[in-house]
Design a protein around this ligand. Structure first.
Ligand SMILES: [Zn+2]
Length: 306
């Protein structure tokens, strides 16, 4: 067929779920015991209907949804020993996942050693630290220096911190907490060089970015969409994208809190992404912020993901 013009193939964008959770299978089986070991975990998981997932089930959900890669978080344990065990699990399953799973380390900022555990996680291949949760882990996100050790290591490495965020208004739900935009802004003022991912649309912080002085503080902040349908109508996508731009939103489900496939279909149907935004929001931004393609991380070579 010399001389013929090859057909233009339009590839669907590679979807990355930037916010998921995975537990060791024996912890999933033993959740009652963990409900007693950790207050915050108990609050969310004492209901047997609250879904937990191990890494194997997470990958199955990715295959079913057609999601190529996911960023797996552990849990914001109050006990740094549990964080450490969980980090070891995530490092191992990430290594075995042939690039399907990146992971974030969890550390206990209220205890000494958080900076050292951050370094250990990065040496094990973590793509950042998170999802830290001030209420679950007993630190004050607005207090000067609360996360200084962790932030120093991450800033030097050029990797992000993922923080749980929540709304100061609206319905109450287990795990909501008090990391509201006012407190998050106090934190951002102390960490201008740190790359920060604020979960759950930043608890509404994007709306305040319309104030120039707030917007100026948020240059290194991106927002993920985790648990979006529990919190907002689908109009949140268009509204936030119009305020902060398509480079600063990461699609993430919070799987298994929201089922990944269902949330993906809902996003495609209702979010109103413009064609030129899709690649960035659905994967490109996560790849940039978490540096998923960098050599030296265990996340350089990808499968295509079912
Ligand atoms: Zn969260």
């Amino acid at each position: 067929m010399a001389g013929s013009v090859p057909p233009v193939v339009i590839e669907p964008p590679v979807v990355i779920d930037a916010h998921t959770h995975a537990f060791p299978p024996e912890w999933v089986a033993d959740r009652v015991n963990h409900c007693q070991r950790d207050r915050w975990f108990g609050e969310l998981y004492e209901a047997p209907s609250a879904r937990m997932s191990d890494a194997g089930n997470l990958i199955l959900a990715m295959d079913e949804a057609g999601v190529a890669q996911a960023v797996a978080c552990g849990w914001p344990w109050a006990d740094p020993g549990l964080c450490r065990e969980h980090n070891d699990y995530l490092a191992e399953v990430s290594r075995a996942s042939q690039g399907r799973l990146a992971w974030l380390g969890c550390v206990g900022p209220a205890f000494p050693g958080a900076g050292a555990e951050t370094e250990r996680c990065l040496a094990l291949g973590a793509s950042g630290i998170g999802e830290l949760n001030a209420d679950a882990q007993g630190f004050d996100v607005a207090a000067p220096g609360a996360l200084a050790d962790v932030a120093a290591v991450l800033t030097a490495a050029g990797l992000p911190l993922l923080l749980h965020a929540s709304e100061p208004v609206g319905h109450r739900y287990p795990g909501k907490g008090t990391a509201t935009p006012d407190r998050l802004v106090s934190f951002l003022e102390t960490q201008p060089a740190l790359s920060v991912v604020l979960a759950h649309w930043g608890g509404g912080l994007p709306f305040y970015e319309l104030m120039p002085e707030v917007g100026a503080l948020c240059g290194n902040v991106v927002y993920d969409t985790a648990a979006s349908s529990y919190l907002y109508g689908p109009g949140i996508f268009r509204t936030v994208l119009d305020i902060v731009g398509a480079d600063r939103v990461l699609w993430g489900s919070d799987h298994p809190v929201l089922g990944m496939g269902r949330f993906l279909r809902r996003t495609h149907r209702l979010a109103g992404l413009l064609p030129e935004e899709v690649e960035r929001v659905m994967g490109g931004n996560a790849r940039r912020v978490y540096r998923l393609g960098d050599t030296g991380t265990c996340f350089g070579l990808m499968g295509t993901g079912g």
